[in-house]
Every structure is written in C-alpha cells, then in structure tokens.
Design a protein around this ligand. Sequence first.
Ligand code: PXL
Length: 266
Amino acid sequence: MTHVALSIAGSEATGGAGAQTDLKTFHQLGTFGTVALTCIVSFDPSHDWAHRFVPIDPQVIRDQIEATTALHDIDTVKIGMLGTPTTIDAVARSLGERTFRHVVLDPVLICKGQEPGAALDTDNALKEKILPLATFVTPNHFESMALSGMDSITSVEDLTEAARRIHEISGAVVLAKGGVELDGDDAVDVFHDGEQTVELRSPKIGQERVSGAGCTLAAAVTAELAKGATPLEAARVAKDVVTSSIEHRQSGHAPFEAVYQGAYGR
Ligand code: PXL
C-alpha cells in the first residue's frame, strides 16, 4: 500500500507554492497525496503580483478533512497557509477530533493580501491553537523570530537559539530555515528535537528567495514521515529535495521563480 499524506493548505494557482507544491512533492516522494483546501490565492499581475486571498468556508474545510480521513488511513498531516482566525479555529477543531502521529506545521505567517491587523490576529491564533498541536514545525527566518520572540536572527547560533525556544514552547521537533537570510556561502537549516541539534547545510543557489521552497521542505518532511522515516532522516531528505527543486526552478513572467520538484531522484 502506498502511504497517504494529507495537506491542509491554500491553493496558489500558478503552481509555485501551496497545495499544488505539496501534491507534487508528495507524488515525487512516492506517497499518495491528498488536500483539504483552506483558501485560494490568485496573484495579481496588474499589481506587482500581490496576493488576492479568498478563504474557504470553514464548514467546507472541515468537510474535506472529514472526507480524506474517513476514506484513507492518514497518520501524517501537513498544515500550510491557513490565513484567517476563523480558518484556524476550524482546522484546530478538525485536528482535535482525530489522532495523527505527525502534524507538520509550516507556520505561514504573512499573507501579503491581508490587513496588518488581521494578520496579527491570525499569527496569534496560529501560535495559540495550531502550534500546540504540531509535532514538527518548519519556521523560516521571519517566522523563527515571530515564534521565538527574538528581535533579530543574524547567525546560525541565533537560529539555533530560536529553534530551542520554539521547541520549548511547542514540544515539537523544529527545523528552522536560514535560507538566503543569513550571511555565508551555505543555506543553513537547524534541526532541534530537544535532545540533539543538527545543522543541515547546502551551498546557496543564488541570493534570491524562490517561491515554494518552504512548502516543498515541509511537504517533503511530511512524505518521509508518512513512509516511516525518523524526524532527522525526514529533515535530511527534505533538504535534498528543496536543493534539487531550487536547482531546477521554473521561471515565468513574474520577477520571482518557483521551485520544481520533478527532477529529484531522477
Ligand atoms: O509560500 C507560502 C505560501 C503558502 N501557501 C500559499 C501561498 C504561499 C505564497 O504565495 O500562496 C497558498
């Protein structure tokens, strides 16, 4: 039987991020991908590719989670963009009604289409209601500061401290991503599970952020955990998948490029 992985995430129509990325990553890693959509993001080509954001009705989100978990045996779930406090309530309720072995949280905090006030509500709700349910969390540089309460993260030591603090408040395994935000030739991620701290490094590929890299990392962790990997093994494979996906990135008519997972392992 093929292992099943569930993504609770938003649609990003151009295929660079969100649920589309999750499904491609799940497939590339040999898992059977399923999705419960939380929102629909449509970039606006007339306004600098800003995010146009539409939430999905909370009952419809709950229905999708009910459908996928009733039809399949799912013990590993990934949470991506939620976007509103109402969505967070709905997802927290649905998660609370079921038992999962692994809940991988990509704590997507900023959504460009939102008012700053609304985004703060959303960030707080995510921290209060979803973070405690997570078993594995993958914050980027910005999210590591927001979740740890640190004012700045400028070194691998800072990132390690953030990973420790986020583990303290959540109990989750933390994979904190330095990406291109930290100086140096390598993109460094820090894995911390409460016992061991491991730096995962790969040479930076350019200095620009590539759309969907974070989604791909968390989705790859999810797929590997679904197949039975340990958290550290899953993190190592995920780092390789992201590196390959950035190497084989896709460009289009926007000023940013997007990851492509299809070359990994080929
Ligand atoms: O990469 C973060 C992200 C996640 N999910 C959705 C998105 C984005 C960024 O655009 O649109 C749906």
